[in-house]
Design a binder for this molecule. Structure first.
Ligand code: NDP
Ligand code: DXP
Ligand code: MN
Length: 390
């Protein structure tokens, strides 16, 4: 029996993970669950899965959680804030951490899990983008196990036969849907709404990653994530637009063979893979219907339409500080776009300004605290780059 702790349990990845737990009560037991705003949902989940611990942001959230808890039931232990998340990450009762908080907010707890030598199922790509080598070194130094949840990296991991084929890679090919604006006239992009940007053609996901898919910064973050996970330089990681999102990514090997992983667009598939790893387990998803598969299309992305993807490649080539800046500026820009305070096309402009600013700095990133410090600094700068009105 594996004791699972899910950080970001109320989100889209949390939902899919808990559905696998539901399917395999003999294998998994929920130890702890965290949430940020949705206290009612957290209480329902903690009750259903018998969580021993919940982690909420602050005292006010504790009150809301308690108010949503049935009077006759014993309360789980309630921990608070980042300290509560980190305490739970290293808790001896936690066997496996699902890192599914969105954004840099998930880094401290995921990093703590690495330091505690836990098994980490990593959805939170921003953690790896911002702390790349430090994170990977920490995983290695503490004998932790890092398994990729992100569908592309999970596909690559499967193609590499769980890492055994790593030394024979020629290049990685990340597939990208192209998002909701793949065919939108470029002049119209400055007028698209948050609602349109969040309407992903193939996947149902949280708001932030949906906007990232629409700008294709998601793919840029994934290129950086792949670089750190699989140790390949930027020029051996390709991105192809594949509107069907059926091929989840590919590996080209030195002998010319290409291996791909295919499947429905349902995150329960990659999540069940890492939950059961090294065994495959039932993902509770419908079988793939090959008769519906008329065509698989592939084309090269247009950097003019998707400047964020170009910026991510530039950040990766420039170094860790630029990757931190890319991510921090994007988080600020996307939050403002979602609140109606920024145009869609201005997201790339804010990121570019932050990267230009970063290129004039001398930022050494040798410790995890350097990551948090630079992240905060870039956020401050990025706020200054936001236009006064849209
Ligand atoms: N969804 C998907 O299919 C995929 C997601 N990912 C990655 O997984 C991560 C999660 O994505 P997704 O599930 O879509 O996101 P959601 O927005 O659906 O869920 C985010 C979760 O994080 C919690 N949360 C939000 N802000 C904070 C914070 N500041 N501190 C602590 N917890 C917080 C939320 O709590 P609350 O609900 O209470 O606000 C929620 O539980 C992202 O990094 C994303 O890029 C990767 C591949 C696929
Ligand atoms: C499900 C998943 O892993 C997402 O990151 C997905 O890949 C987003 O789709 P695109 O970024 O390809 O539009
Ligand atoms: Mn992905």
């Amino acid at each position: 029996m594996q004791n699972i702790t899910i950080f970001g349990a109320t989100g889209s990845i949390g939902d899919s993970t808990l559905d696998i737990v539901r399917r395999h009560p003999d294998r998994f037991s929920v130890y702890a669950l965290s949430a940020q705003r949705r206290m009612q949902k957290l209480a329902q989940l903690a009750l259903e899965f018998g969580a021993k611990v919940v982690i909420v942001p602050d005292v006010a959230a504790v009150d809301v959680f308690r108010a949503n808890w049935p009077a006759h039931q014993a309360l789980p232990e309630i921990r608070m804030g980042e300290r509560g998340l980190c305490e739970t990450a290293r808790d001896p009762e936690t066997d496996c951490v699902v890192a599914a908080i969105v954004g840099i907010a998930g880094l401290a707890s995921a990093f703590e899990a690495a330091q505690a030598g836990k098994r980490i199922l990593l959805a939170n790509k921003e953690a790896l983008v911002a702390a790349g080598s430090l994170f990977m070194q920490t995983v290695q130094a503490h004998n932790a196990q890092l398994l990729p949840v992100d569908s592309e990296h999970n596909a690559i991991f499967q193609c590499l036969q769980n890492g055994r084929e790593q030394q024979h890679i020629q290049r990685l090919i990340l597939t990208a849907s192209g998002g909701p604006f793949r065919n939108t006239a470029i002049e119209e992009l400055e007028h698209v709404t948050p609602e349109q940007a969040c309407r992903h053609p193939n996947w149902s996901m949280g708001q932030k990653i949906s906007v990232d898919s629409a700008t294709m910064l998601n793919k840029g973050l994934e290129v950086i994530e792949a670089h750190f996970l699989f140790g390949l330089p930027a020029d051996r990681i390709d991105v192809v637009i594949h509107p069907e999102s059926t091929v989840h990514s590919m590996v080209e090997f030195i002998d010319g063979s290409l291996l791909a992983q295919l499947g429905n667009t349902d995150m329960r598939i990659p999540i069940s893979y890492v939950m059961g790893y090294p065994e495959r387990i039932d993902s509770n998803t419908p079988a793939f219907d090959l008769r519906k598969l008329q065509q698989l299309n592939f084309s090269l992305p247009d950097f003019g339409r998707f400047p964020c993807l170009k910026l991510a490649f530039e950040a990766l080539r420039a170094g860790q500080a630029e990757c931190i800046a890319l991510n921090a500026a994007n988080e600020i820009a996307v939050a403002h776009f979602l609140q109606g305070g920024l145009r869609f096309t201005q997201i790339a402009q804010v990121i570019e300004q932050a990267l230009n600013w970063q290129s004039g700095q001398d930022s050494a990133i040798g410790h995890i605290d350097d990551v948090f410090q630079l992240d905060l600094l870039v956020r401050e700068r990025a706020r200054a780059f936001l236009p006064a009105s849209v």
